[in-house]
Design a protein around this ligand. Structure first.
Ligand code: HMG
Length: 446
C-alpha cells in the first residue's frame, strides 16, 4: 500500500502583531510574565484590514501550488476547516477556489469542495477526509488541498482575548508524500460538552478554566483509544509531539499528563521511584478524592525531575516556536506545531527520516484525535522552502489603540472602521468589499 500523508505545507500569518507582554499586559494592569511564563505567548497575529479567512487561506494555497508547480487540474478536492466562517451556506472553499482561479490557468470545476466544522479539530478531520478519499481510490490520481484558516478573535475584555490569533495553513494530501506519512491507526475522545461555542455569534462563549479540563480529559481518552488499536506508547517512541496549541501553557499541562501515561510500567517509572515514588494506582486508595490528590502530588514532583524536563525540552518545546509568536490559530494550531518542530529539526541538522511524531488534535465541544506520523526522506527539502520567520518578522507591530481599531474593524457588528491599512499588499489576494448579494469579493494584487 502506497503511503498517504502530507506532501507539502504553507503558512500565511495575519500581517499585524500585538505584543502581549509589552503592549497588551500594561493596558490590562497585568504582569508581563503572565504572558511570557504563564500563558506562554509573546505575540498574537491579526489580519490587516484587507485580510480575512479567505485571503489568508488563498494566499497560503497559492504559495503551495506555485512552489509545487501545480495547476487546478492536479487538485481533486478542496476542504476548508474553519470556525470563523461568514456564510452559513456557501463554503469558504468556493471563495478560495475563486481566488485561485484568478491567478492560475484552469478551473477547479471537477474538484469536490467543502467546509469542515468541529472547532479546532476540523483541520485534522479534513486531512482525515482526504486520506480516506485517497485510500478509497476515488481521487483519480489527484491530490487534496486542505486549508485550515481562522481569525481567532474573542470579545473585548473576555479572558480569551489574551490568546487571540489569525492565520492559515495549507496542506497538500497525497500518495507518496514528501513530508509525513499518516498512520492508519487513530484514537478519539469525544463528548457533548459546553465549554466553548459560538451559537450564531462571531465571538465565542467560553468557560475558560473548564475548557482546559475538557481538553485534558478528551486527550487522555483519545490516547487510550489510539493505544487500543496501535501499541502501548513509550515516551521515547516519538521525535516530537505536536499538540493543538491554544497557548503554550495548555500544552505544558497536556505534555505532563502524556508523559505520566506513557512512562507508567516502564523503566522510567522504575528509575524515578526512589526520587518521587511510583505512580499512584486507583486500587490502592480508599476514595477517588484521595487517589486524585495523590496524582496531583505525583505530577508536581514528576514535573521537576530531570528525566521529564529533558523529554519536554526535546519533544515538546520546539513545537511551540511559532505558536508562542502568533497565538491561537484554531484549526491551524496543531499544524503550525508540526511545522515548528520540523523547522527546528532542520535547523539542528537532525536526521529525522523514519522517525515518528505523535499528533494530538483537539476541538472544543469537544473532541480529541490522536494519530502517529512517520517523517519521510524528503522532509528537509520541503520544510526548507517555508518563509515563516520572514513573515513573522515583517508583521506590523500594533499600538494598543491601533489594536482596538483593528478588533473593531473585524467585528461583524461594528463593521468597517475608517482607518487606513497598516501594510501594503503585494503579490497576494485581498478583500475588496461586498457584492450585490452581500457576498465578499476578492482581487489579486500584483
Ligand atoms: P486567565 O484567567 O486570564 O489566566 O485565563 P490565569 O490567571 O489562569 O493565568 C494563566 C497562567 O499564567 C496560569 O498558569 C497562572 O498561574 C500564570 P497555570 O496556573 O494555569 O499553570 N500566571 C503567571 N505566571 C508567571 N508570572 C505571572 C503570572 N500570572 C499568571 N506573573 C484562560 C486563562 C486560558 C482561561 C483564558 O485565556 C481563556 O479563557 N482562553 C480561551 C479558552 C482556551 O484557550 N482554552 C484552552 C483549552 S480549550 C481549546 O484549546 C479549544 C480552543 O482552541 C477552541 C476550539 O477548539 O475551537 C480554545
Amino acid at each position: 500500500m502506497e503511503p498517504v500523508g502530507i506532501d507539502a505545507v504553507e503558512v500565511w500569518t495575519g500581517k499585524l502583531k500585538l505584543d502581549l507582554p509589552e503592549t497588551f499586559a500594561p493596558q490590562k494592569g497585568e504582569d508581563p510574565d503572565k504572558y511570557r511564563k504563564g500563558i506562554g505567548l509573546v505575540g498574537s497575529s491579526f489580519p490587516d484590514l484587507y485580510e480575512d479567512i479567505v485571503t489568508m487561506g488563498a494566499n497560503a494555497a497559492k504559495r503551495l501550488m506555485d512552489r509545487k508547480g501545480l495547476t487546478p487540474d492536479d487538485i481533486g478536492r478542496i476542504d476548508v476547516a474553519t470556525e470563523s466562517a461568514f456564510d452559513n451556506s456557501k463554503p469558504v472553499s468556493t471563495y478560495i477556489a475563486g481566488c485561485l482561479e484568478q491567478y492560475f490557468d484552469g478551473e477547479f470545476r471537477h474538484a469536490n469542495k467543502g467546509e469542515r466544522k468541529f472547532a479546532c479539530v476540523a483541520g485534522t478531520q479534513s486531512i482525515d477526509d482526504a486520506y480516506n478519499w485517497i485510500r478509497a481510490g476515488r481521487n483519480r490520481g489527484r491530490a487534496a488541498l486542505v486549508i485550515a484558516t481562522d481569525t481567532a478573535l474573542y470579545a473585548r475584555g473576555d479572558p480569551g482575548e489574551a490568546t487571540q490569533g489569525a492565520g492559515a495553513v495549507a496542506m497538500l494530501i497525497d500518495e507518496d508524500p514528501d513530508l509525513v506519512e499518516i498512520s492508519n491507526e487513530q484514537g478519539y475522545g469525544s463528548m457533548d460538552e459546553t465549554d466553548f461555542l459560538k451559537p450564531n455569534q462571531q465571538f465565542p462563549s467560553v468557560d475558560g478554566k473548564r475548557s482546559m479540563q475538557v481538553y485534558l480529559s478528551r486527550m487522555r481518552e483519545a490516547v487510550e483509544d489510539f493505544e487500543s488499536v496501535a501499541w502501548d506508547m513509550h515516551p521515547d517512541d516519538f521525535a516530537y509531539v505536536p499538540f493543538h496549541t491554544p497557548f503554550p501553557g495548555m500544552v505544558r499541562k497536556a505534555a505532563l499528563l502524556g508523559y505520566r501515561h506513557m512512562s507508567r510500567d516502564t523503566e522510567i517509572e522504575d528509575a524515578l521511584a526512589d526520587e518521587i515514588g511510583r505512580q499512584p494506582r486507583e486500587d490502592d486508595y480508599a476514595s477517588r478524592e484521595a487517589y486524585e490528590e495523590a496524582i496531583r502530588e505525583y505530577m508536581d514532583a514528576l514535573k521537576e525531575t530531570e528525566q521529564y524536563q529533558a523529554w519536554y525540552d526535546r519533544t515538546i518545546e520546539p513545537t511551540l516556536n511559532i505558536s508562542r509568536q502568533v497565538g491561537n490559530w484554531y484549526t491551524g494550531s496543531v499544524h503550525i506545531a508540526r511545522i515548528a518542530a520540523l523547522q527546528y529539526a532542520a535547523e539542528e541538522d537532525q536526521e529525522l527520516a523514519g522517525e515518528k511524531l505523535l499528533v494530538g488534535s483537539y476541538g472544543s465541544g469537544a473532541q480529541a484525535e490522536i494519530h502517529a506520523e512517520t517523517v519521510q526522506p524528503n522532509w528537509e527539502q520541503e520544510i526548507a522552502q517555508l518563509n515563516v520567520d520572514a513573515q513573522l518578522q515583517a508583521r506590523y507591530d500594533l499600538s494598543y489603540s491601533e489594536y482596538e481599531h483593528v478588533h473593531d474593524s473585524h467585528n461583524h457588528e461594528k463593521g468597517a472602521v475608517d482607518i487606513d491599512d497598516f501594510t501594503e499588499p503585494s503579490d497576494e489576494f485581498v478583500f475588496t468589499g461586498w457584492g450585490r448579494m452581500n457576498e465578499r469579493q476578492y482581487e489579486y494584487i500584483e
